[in-house]
Design a protein around this ligand. Sequence first.
Ligand code: SF4
Length: 241
Amino acid sequence: MSGHPARSSLPSLAHQAMPTGNRSAAAQGTAPAAPGRDCPACPRLADFRAGSRRAEPAWHNAPVPSFGALDVPLLIVGLAPGLRGANRTGRPFTGDYAGDLLYATLAALGLADGTYGARADDGFALRGCRVTNAVRCVPPENKPTGDEIRACNGFLAAELAAMPRLRAVLALGSVAHGAVLAALGLTKSRFKFAHGARHAIGGGRTLVDSYHCSRYNTSTKVLTPAMFGDAVRIARDLARG
Ligand code: SF4
């Protein structure tokens, strides 16, 4: 374990910083605690990040800030940035296969405006939802350890707490499902992950589960685009009330 402080102490972390996309919210005093560019809490991920900076200095290569406004009713939670996706572009799910499916689905369901161009500066905007990851830094082989998921959980907890209109959370995969429960202080064993499942998580909010929209899951037919669309639609409709 990295020695990362418990999430209750996050606001005093020296390595936290305000993500660029949250500055207007910060001005209103509502921005959640977010990791700084050189967050040291996960030594393995910090080493991996440093290696990627050396190899690809033009890439983002830092914790990836959440995408979308805070004052929305739906939060979508993925696993972690992909090496050549969000870690390269600096925006969750942007630049890899999972983002192609996620953002096409959001656009088709009226949850986005503009044309997704797989770049952070493509002008694509979310409507009524926000996207984040359970782990903010890219992990080797897309696999964060349990300690890394726990170390980053305070940032997810801060995210959830900073969304006053939140009504639905869509977890993409079982790791995101568990991270959301942990961030809310709920016992995982009481909420079994299943694609399309809905869980009451308190405060009138619902957690909806989906298999992760990864290339692996779609190429193996664990998840079809239609199945994914159904899960997103459930979450959207719950969020809209
Ligand atoms: S994964 Fe989260 S806690 Fe770990 S180094 Fe990155 S930002 Fe910090």
